[in-house]
Design a protein around this ligand. Structure first.
Ligand SMILES: NC(=O)c1ccc[n+]([C@@H]2O[C@H](COP(=O)([O-])OP(=O)(O)OC[C@H]3O[C@@H](n4cnc5c(N)ncnc54)[C@H](OP(=O)(O)O)[C@@H]3O)[C@@H](O)[C@H]2O)c1
Length: 361
């Protein structure tokens, strides 16, 4: 592709981070922005010099020479918007979780493949230097045969009002799909697919003040999840996701010759100007597993949030422009695989039984 990649962004919440990441890329031009309220689309258009702002998603697809659409709206809208973009033969970036469930996500994957458009599920932790160091170390075989993988992560949302995230019809599986989409993606990117799960989910904060007016209403999604995981080639594992406590993202891979330990503060908070981002990846090799060494981390493009966003969207844009897919870029296939795991956790929570995963999306 000789010219710039012309991209339209749907969504002005986290969608603004996309604009920050793309605006300084000489190979990308942001040509349109959608928000449900026109004033929000117009404000973002003005801030980033975007020529078209609209409250009708279809208007984005009419922009001449549009190449790609980024869908960064609530989860329940992803499938419809992605469908429309694919029908119009546009490449698509869709934020995680790709859809409301695995079947819907797998459908989007098949449609995108059949239409010959390129498709990306945006999972930003993959681009973190510590995450890349984990991927390299896990693939090198230095810790030997993987016997277990454990993860935990918490974001404190106890005092949040009843935004769309806490409503099943808008968000899907609550914390399982929200935090789980990141952690399941990292675990499977590093050590391979999950074969079956046993899950327990709870809603510890069932009543929240309404977003407008403050009238208290019911949250009908889980805000706490514990799960046992069996990997196809990496032994047994566990994961815990919580919206009720602030905890770093921690993932440990235990091999028969050593251990890899990853720890990361919230990337989102740092991107939005709150807190530090100092992730780590460490290696402990047997028999001296008490001696832990830091893995080398290539952090030069993660000094400031704008640099990090630019790094992420440079890889994504290059792929959409026709280059080979960088390893950090996840497709709809991986987005669908993750959602099958989310579904299986919820099914297991209902039935009390282990649930097998489909072998392909
Ligand atoms: N990858 C990550 O780390 C990360 C981080 C945050 C969010 N996300 C994902 O990004 C997506 C958006 O989340 P967000 O936090 O940006 O949400 P948000 O702040 O609520 O913004 C959502 C955007 O979608 C629009 N919108 C709201 N309801 C809509 C509806 N029913 N139909 C069409 N448009 C609607 C909003 O328009 P108005 O405001 O004008 O009504 C706004 O432009 C979600 O899928 C979320 O999981 C990912």
């Amino acid at each position: 592709m000789a010219q710039k990649l012309r991209v339209a962004i749907a969504g002005t919440g986290f969608g603004e981070q996309y604009a920050i990441g793309m605006q300084s890329n000489p190979d990308v031009e942001i040509v349109g922005v959608f928000s449900r309220r026109l004033e929000r689309a117009a404000a973002m258009a003005q801030k980033f010099g975007i020529p078209v702002s609209t409250r009708n998603f279809e208007d984005l697809l009419k922009i001449p020479y549009l190449d790609a659409v980024a869908v960064v709206t609530p989860n329940s809208t992803h499938a419809e918007f992605v469908h429309e973009a694919i029908r119009a033969r546009k490449h698509v970036i869709c934020d995680k979780p790709l859809a409301m469930n695995g079947a819907e996500a797998a459908d989007l994957y098949r449609l995108a493949e059949a239409a010959g458009v390129r498709h990306v599920t945006f999972v930003p932790y993959r681009f973190s230097p510590a995450s890349i160091a984990m991927k390299t170390a896990a693939s090198s075989g230095q810790i030997g045969r993987v016997v277990s993988v454990t993860a935990s992560w918490g974001v404190d949302m106890r005092d949040e009002p009843l935004r769309w995230r806490f409503q099943r019809k808008l968000a899907g599986a609550g914390v399982v799909a929200d935090l789980g989409a990141h952690v399941v993606d990292l675990m499977t990117w590093w050590v391979g697919p999950i074969r079956r799960v046993l899950g327990r989910c709870k809603t510890l904060v069932p009543i929240r003040p309404g977003e407008v007016g403050g009238r208290r209403r019911k949250a009908d999604v889980p805000d706490e999840c514990w799960t046992l995981l069996e990997f196809a080639g990496a032994g047994i594992g566990s994961a815990k996701f919580s919206w009720n406590a602030r905890r770093n993202q921690v993932i440990e891979i235990e091999g028969d010759r050593g251990q890899l330990i990853y720890e990361s503060p919230s990337l989102l908070q740092w991107l939005q100007g709150r807190g530090e981002f100092t992730p780590s990846a460490r290696l402990a090799l047997a028999p001296e597993s008490a001696r832990v060494t830091d893995l080398p981390i290539e952090a030069k493009e993660f000094g400031r949030p704008e640099e990090a966003l630019n790094r992420m969207f440079r890889d994504i844009a290059a792929y959409l422009r026709g280059e080979e897919k960088p390893d950090c870029v996840a497709t709809f296939q991986e987005g669908a695989q993750t959602l099958h795991v989310v579904d299986a956790i919820e099914t297991s929570n209902r039935t009390g039984k282990w649930v097998e995963l489909p072998s392909s999306p």
